[in-house]
Design a protein around this ligand. Sequence first.
Ligand SMILES: *Cc1c(COP(=O)(O)O)cnc(C)c1O
Length: 432
Amino acid sequence: MEQYMIYKNLGISREVYEAGERLEQELMPRFLEFDKNAEFNQLKVLHAMQKNRVSDGCFQYATGYGYNDTGRDTLEQVYADTFHTESALVRPQITCGTHALSLALSANLRPGDELLSPAGKPYDTLEEVIGIRSSKGSLAEYGVTYRQVDLKEDGYFDYPAIERSLNEKTKLVTIQRSKGYQVRPSYSVEKIGELIAFVKRIKPDIICMVDNCYGEFVETIEPSDVGADMVVGSLIKNPGGGLAPIGGYVAGREDLIENCGYRLTSPGLGREVGASLGVMQSFYQGFFLAPVVVSSALKGAVFASNIYERLGYGVVPNGSESRHDIIQAVELKTAEGVIAFCKGVQAAAPVDSFVTPEPWAMPGYDSDVIMAAGAFVQGSSIELSADGPIKPPYAVYFQGGLTWPSAKLGILKSLQYLSDAGLVSKEQIQKI
Ligand SMILES: *Cc1c(COP(=O)(O)O)cnc(C)c1O
């Protein structure tokens, strides 16, 4: 059967299909780079698994207190060896990325300490963790103060201002690798390393924490390879490989991770308790798959960027830039564009493809938001997903894709929906 027929069955027109084929051919050298990166990271993970003698026994079920949960303890060593850190805490009891970040901060800050963000505003949900927006249980309530150095015009670090902000109270510095929903570049691990080195030259004992969400396995090195004392992330993003149904991690210096253990469970108990409840196989297998899953997501991001750039939309990053996370922003100029894009992504999903997403008011947002997610794990954003606030510049944030062919279909579907809505012409598509 001609390949187009299978696309036709999925509602893709001939011109959209052909544009996709042409572009895919053109992007092959880029894709090969992602494959080589995945190869390196795959071997890194595999080596860590072999070194720690991962066995069938590691997938056994522990319940109750979870003492001697060897599957859990071994997995933590696998993470530590992959990230080249002394220790790691990888638990289903860490409910999400925000929780992992909150844990790492609250475990290692004490009343009177100051937290510094030298790279501008942190991720939205951290505003309440820190107390930038007043909130119950925030660090501010516990007497931890906060200081922030805004980014320069070009989106990079204002070193003289950072130097002025470091003082005798500054205990911990937080750096976010991915841009999240901001208009600034995502940072390369190298750039993060320069910032850490600068801060440590001025104050050697400062703790440097990196919010690693969406960044894991995008490069061959991680922030922990360039001086970060803690790296933190979510298992329903990159390192869970799409299989972990819940969880978060903190990897880093032994004393800091020990503190995280005492904060997560209880002083005196620490990492000794916390049963893994049967999720261990998905954690191991997801981590094993993660490097290749991340490369699929990167291919999807670059494919989308090139399509929409050629159609005249603003894209961040652009079609040829190097990648430092898996997020792709596309400015669709109109509400109709955002809605069509998200409906297309939803229609390409393996789960809930028959559901039509609609914009709605969400807590914490000042405009309606539309979200497309047809995921095996609810809210998982390593799976193909897109969301966009219905307000200028009508940007959609698109990420994930467990396999490249499914990511490709999602993007082609988004284009098909824009075309069907009359927002993009056949002639434009033929010029991609
Ligand atoms: C997703 C994300 C978080 C928060 O993670 P949740 O799992 O949504 O709580 C924090 N920082 C960045 C950069 C993220 O992308």
